[in-house]
Write a new protein. Sequence first.
Length: 377
Amino acid sequence: MSLTLADARVVTPEGVHDGWLTIEDGRITHVGQGRAPRAGHSLGGRYVVPGFVDMHNHGGAGGSFPTGDQDAARAAVELHRRHGTTTMVASLVTATVPGLEAAAASLADLCDDGLLAGLHFEGPYISAARCGAHDPALLREPSPGEFGRLVKAGRGHVRMLTIAAELPGALDTIRAAREHGVIAALGHSDAGYEQTIDGIEAGATVATHLYNAMPPLGHRAPGPVAALLQDERVTVELVNDGVHVHPAMVRLACSAAGPHRTALITDAMAAAGAGDGAYVLGALQVTVSGGVARLTEGGSIAGSTLTMDAAFRRAVQEVGLTLPEAAVTASLTPARVLGLDDTIGSIAAGKAADLVVLTDELEVAGVMRRGAWITEP
Ligand SMILES: [Zn+2]
């Protein structure tokens, strides 16, 4: 079955052009300029961008991945799909090792089904000084052997580990992660500039929500932010919700690292798409007010209520990225980090038909995943 989407403003990494695309068996087969060669589904001049790829997400629609509850996880995936996220990784938070094993084993079923693109352990190998919304009582010293158990529980679906480079055993655990094919991400860390470089040299390639839960950029103490931004091997995650990071600092990161090393993430928790109220994140109580999630005790920011469409919109309207740059940060860069850029992450012949149709105001008008409409424009 073949479908033509006509009268589109197609956003590719190279630019924006008036054109069309054809889709067959879930894949993009042609991307053309100007008028489509045959009648198709007119998008009425709306933008079409690649489906968003969110590599750091704890849930939504009331559902929380750290619980391991499959129905709740499905509801979260569905919510984020309606907001344009066609590929997502489920992030767990610090818990006991048996608790993490159980949640990973349960969510691995959803990875087998293709609902999730993998699992991310955010903790337990993180700094007590920078633990944010992680239960400090459950933090652990990094151990390659113990991490091997967590990887095994995920049955080949563990994609990322967030770790603090300065902890004893961290560098060996980063090396072990690489041997397991797991991306090591530096974050929730009190490391300085040199310690962060040690983590990168050991094999870390991602910065977990740059700026948040790490020492700030300082002109005499450059800290992890400078080390992570300036290393060509590192991709930096940003929570672009206007709360976690000031737009000027998002702009600074994007200009230092470039869109190909900058990945927008949501770091969303259960309240995304579910409204203000009382929630839990892992073992901790969270109060969401005015769309901002904070620990009920102490007030640390506890994830976000962001969706990728809003992160994308803000990247253009508040940060000042071009549409192609924003699309790279929301799709192609995270796809590359996950090793999926051969099949997703941009609008090109041969790639999966994962698409988001956006209005002039960059609101979602339609979402397609693997050639099937989730929301038809
Ligand atoms: Zn997180």
